[in-house]
Design a protein around this ligand. Sequence first.
Ligand SMILES: Cc1cc2nc3c(=O)[nH]c(=O)nc-3n(C[C@H](O)[C@H](O)[C@H](O)COP(=O)(O)OP(=O)(O)OC[C@H]3O[C@@H](n4cnc5c(N)ncnc54)[C@H](O)[C@@H]3O)c2cc1C
Length: 354
Amino acid sequence: MKHLVILGGGYGGMRILQRLLPNLPDDVQITLIDKVPYHCFKTEYYALVAGTISETHIRIPFPEHQRLSVKYGTIVNIDLDAHLIELQHGETVAYDNLIIGLGCEDKYHNVPGAKEYTCSVQSIGKSRHTYQQLNGLTPNATVGIVGAGLSGVEVASELRESRPDLNILLFDRGDRILSMFPEKLSYYVEDWFVKNRVTIIRNSNITKVEPRAVYNHEEAISCDAIVWTAGIQASTVVQQMPVEKDSSGRVILTKYHNIPGYENVYVLGDCASLPHAPSAQLAEGQAEQIVSVMQKRWNNEELPEELPVIKLKGVLGSLGKKHGFGLLANQALMGRVPRLLKSGLLWMYKHHNG
Ligand SMILES: Cc1cc2nc3c(=O)[nH]c(=O)nc-3n(C[C@H](O)[C@H](O)[C@H](O)COP(=O)(O)OP(=O)(O)OC[C@H]3O[C@@H](n4cnc5c(N)ncnc54)[C@H](O)[C@@H]3O)c2cc1C
């Protein structure tokens, strides 16, 4: 029996299971290891931290299959040469094939105090803590959100709808927020923020964080809570692996998504160095390719010279529950349509995976 171990039941890990389980070869047994006992929809954590949805709306059980066992535990080390996974408390799990999909964590860019004194949206546990901090604030308190990319914008707008009393400051490095999107889309979102009393602080450079203050260009700005959405890097366990990585700790892979020199070890999603920005869509697209490569290797079939480019459909973001923005097939979308599309996609995701 071959033992395939999947680390992490996020978007990538779930897509692997979805594609493998219906046609699992008779001689393959799978173990999925995750520190939480369900699959969480990370793309919805902005609503969880703002308190506009309950946690049960954004999680589903892992799939069931007679040759899939699910193990709950925190992975602390991956020993590629011994083919062993080490869990907290000393337990080990051996593998023949391994897929590493452990996601990412915040990147603090060496800003003093950022790790200690900011709230995070990068894991379900940290998002629960952030929810408590934000929703427990006294009336008219000030919240600083550092980073106005997709997740910072979604947190700021959802929080505005959840807590109309709060002063919300959105710090961004650039001249305009959502700088990776077309200008007209950034201006639409900025306009929404102006109308909804979210203050954008442009060209900011956060140099230090203290328990109740953010330093912008060394100037202290009082904040009762601070949310960090200013960058991500691969999960610590992945960063500690003695293999080649990019500047965000993501593993450099062969064209077949395995670690060079380790044909049996694949790296997936936010911890893989890929030619696109990390996203759930990318993790799923890569998962499809890993399944097809692994199946060919199991069947001793020849691999294609090149794998096709992973096609991404676009991005959709929310501005509270009624408005949104997006970029689909290079078309900028603004208003209610992209928000409806985003809700529809979430419904479909739950329907197909739940
Ligand atoms: C607020 C927000 C909004 C987003 N919106 C979008 C969007 O609209 N569209 C989009 O495509 N992407 C979006 N993303 C990005 C997307 O969520 C990630 O790119 C995606 O989750 C990556 O999938 P993954 O499988 O690599 O990792 P994840 O989905 O993060 O899964 C990692 C899994 O590993 C487990 N794990 C981690 N470390 C350990 C450990 N040490 N031991 C055991 N288990 C562990 C975790 O519990 C988790 O289940 C958003 C992210 C955020 C934060």
